[in-house]
Design a protein around this ligand. Structure first.
Ligand code: ZN
Ligand code: FE
Ligand code: FE
Length: 266
């Protein structure tokens, strides 16, 4: 059923909150009949930054583990990527990272909506009580637009992450969506259709049908991702993802080899 499909959003234990090494994720991908697996763990920062990303000194181990998976499953195309936090002012570090390996793709994600608040953190849920939901979404989309404009990323991660715990604005989001999508279009970013949302309180794939339909109209390509933090989550709910993207108008998705995009039929 999944033949030739690709899962482009998979973590490893190096980020300290996932289990299963690339070889185990690859085994699951082969079991499902996926054609391609993109490993994309949370990027290191040059300094100690927070407790949910790999450490800089673990990068060689990361490369090693991806190589091990490639050796164990030659029938599966395994791509080397990162999920990079877009942080305004830290673009030079992402550029430096880009020079450290033969990367296939970078996902640019926004988690931080302030210096200390990662909007998806279950430990920071109380922050929402002090904030207007629409204001948080606006800040998030401003940052997401900057991530697209940075030109550092092939893919933009989970584009409506602030809905994770069910915080949805009542106002019209179309202008902020449009601004982001125009930036994504101008900088050739694909959008990560991410099934992890189905496993969260929002019970909905990232991004929503509304945002994805707009993205299709803007001519923005997609990648498929499970955001797996455990091997059993690889390819999870891809059937639902395919249904959603087809309804939005999509008939293909992208894969990346050394940052060059390739289109595959859905
Ligand atoms: Zn994570
Ligand atoms: Fe993320
Ligand atoms: Fe992720």
């Amino acid at each position: 059923m999944f033949s030739a499909l690709s899962d482009y959003h998979v973590h490893t234990p190096l980020c300290l909150h996932a289990k299963g090494w690339p070889v185990e994720f690859a085994a699951r991908a082969v079991e499902l009949g996926l054609g391609e697996l993109g490993i994309s763990d949370h990027n290191p920062m040059p300094e100690y930054f927070d407790n949910w990303r790999m450490l800089r000194e673990d990068l060689p181990r990361y490369f090693e583990e991806v190589e091990k998976a490639r050796a164990a499953f030659p029938q599966l195309r395994i791509r080397l990527g990162l999920e990079c936090d877009y942080l305004a002012g830290r673009e030079a570090w992402i550029e430096e990272l880009a020079g450290m390996a033969q990367w296939d793709f970078f996902i640019g994600s926004v988690h931080y909506v302030s210096d200390s608040w990662a909007v998806d953190s279950p430990y920071k849920l109380s922050e929402w009580k002090n904030r207007d939901v629409m204001e948080v979404w606006s800040i998030y989309f401003e940052r997401l637009t900057m991530a697209a404009e940075s030109g550092l990323f092939e893919i933009i991660g989970h584009a409506d992450l602030p809905k994770k715990f069910g915080h949805r604005p009542t106002g019209d989001c179309t202008p902020m969506f449009e601004k982001f999508l125009n930036a994504a279009k101008a900088h050739r970013c694909a959008i990560d259709v991410n099934t992890a949302g189905l496993r969260k309180d929002c019970k909905e794939i990232y991004p929503s049908r509304e945002l994805l339909t707009l993205a299709f109209r803007h001519g923005i390509p997609i990648t498929l991702g499970s955001d797996a933090h455990a091997p059993e989550e690889v390819g999870m709910n891809f059937k639902e993802a395919i249904e959603l993207v087809r309804r939005a108008g999509y008939t293909s998705c992208l894969t990346f080899k050394q940052k060059r995009a390739q289109q595959i039929k859905l």
